[in-house]
Design a protein around this ligand. Structure first.
Ligand code: PLP
Length: 352
């Protein structure tokens, strides 16, 4: 049996999709499943979301789009956010992927695919991909446009003035693209004002259980749990050191559990000496440095911890946003940082 796993609760994923559908008030809600479905497994996640009624999917790369098309079949629309390149345009066209056109070069490229639909991305203030806000529908003459989209830089802070500025700029562009479906909100945007202004929501992180907001309670359920088994439990004497660099020297004797989860599995090395893993009914402080395959935690005074027990880095017992805070990061990087060698197992999060 394996010593590590990422448990993924697809029912919780579907329930989270329901949160966004309910907030959308009748408007359509897509799912963003880039980066292997935020680490959870793009195919399994997208199939479950499709079953829950989702008809539109966004991924980042062409490869992600082609692989998703194989998994989902011909029905749903699939958008590739990075858009076409000369080498990938034929493959996109052949798999009925809708590329997101981000700049004039991509528009020129896709124009050669006579009559195939495209989405247009407008940079309304993110300063990342997208056409300038002076983009005009005439530039896309003869090209069926299935979506006009923009992305907000500060949606996770609903009161940030940047949101209103971007929405106003985008509205001016929308006015020049009459009748074209629009898309604005990411997870946070879908749950705030931006939602009521776009036709198609684009949530990602919230579907996978991360909190879309910086300073509001998380409206979404945990979907993924990163767990590793205890490999060894032992007592170390006062003065003993733990881990590389001998950076942790015990002041008193301690019971320690060696857990099969390291930075190669997705335990941030920033947790060295400061974070915790959930084990034996509570949070156990990490001792010393996180290494590639293992993390050592202090289980002094905790009864019954034994080899084979599951410890959790984040999940139903240790909320991912709290684990992320300890590691000076956000849920996005914890989810997408889960190692390729960690098997994804689908089922309830507290399975033992
Ligand atoms: C990643 C991404 C999303 C999803 O954002 P979340 O914050 O994960 O909800 C939406 N739109 C674009 C353009 C993205 O790159």
């Amino acid at each position: 049996m394996g010593n590590r796993r990422l448990l993924v609760d697809l029912d919780a994923l579907a329930a989270n999709y329901g949160v966004f559908v309910a907030a959308a008030g009748g408007r359509a809600v897509a799912a963003v499943v880039k980066a292997n479905g935020y680490g959870a497994g793009a195919d399994a996640a997208a199939l479950r979301l499709q079953h829950a009624g989702c008809r539109s999917f966004f991924v980042a790369t062409v490869d992600e789009a082609l692989s998703l098309r194989k998994a989902l079949g011909p029905d749903p629309e699939i958008f590739a956010l990075e858009g076409p390149e000369a080498a990938s345009a034929d493959a996109l066209a052949g798999s009925a992927i809708t590329p997101v056109l981000n700049h004039p070069g991509q528009r020129q490229l896709w124009r050669r695919k006579q009559g195939l639909p495209a989405a247009v991305h407008v940079d309304s203030g993110m300063g990342r991909l997208g056409f300038d806000t002076d983009v005009d529908i005439a530039d896309f003459d003869g090209m069926p446009l299935s979506l006009l989209m923009t992305h907000l830089a500060c949606a996770d802070e609903p009161a940030h003035p940047q949101n209103a500025i971007q929405l106003r700029r985008f509205a001016a562009v929308v006015a020049r693209f009459p009748g074209i479906r629009t898309s604005i909100g990411n997870s946070a945007g879908c749950l705030t004002e931006a939602a009521r202004q776009g036709d198609l929501g684009r949530p990602g992180i919230g579907l996978f259980g991360g909190n879309p907001f910086i300073d509001r309670p998380n409206p979404c359920r945990p979907v993924a749990a990163l767990q590793g088994r205890v490999l060894q439990v032992k007592t170390l004497p006062a003065g003993a050191s733990v881990g590389y660099g001998a950076s942790c020297v015990l002041e008193r004797p301690a019971s320690v559990a060696v857990v099969a989860l390291g930075y190669a599995d997705g335990v941030s090395r920033h947790l060295s000496g400061r974070g915790s893993l959930f084990l034996g009914g509570g949070r156990r402080p990490i001792l010393g440095r996180v290494s590639m395959d293992m993390t050592v935690v202090d289980v002094t005074g905790v009864d019954g911890v034994k080899p084979g027990d599951w410890a959790e880095c984040f999940g139903a017992q240790l909320p991912i946003d709290e684990a992320a805070l300890d590691a000076d990061t956000m849920a996005y990087t914890l989810l997408t940082g889960v190692g390729a060698r960690v098997p994804r197992e689908y089922g309830p999060l507290n399975a033992h």
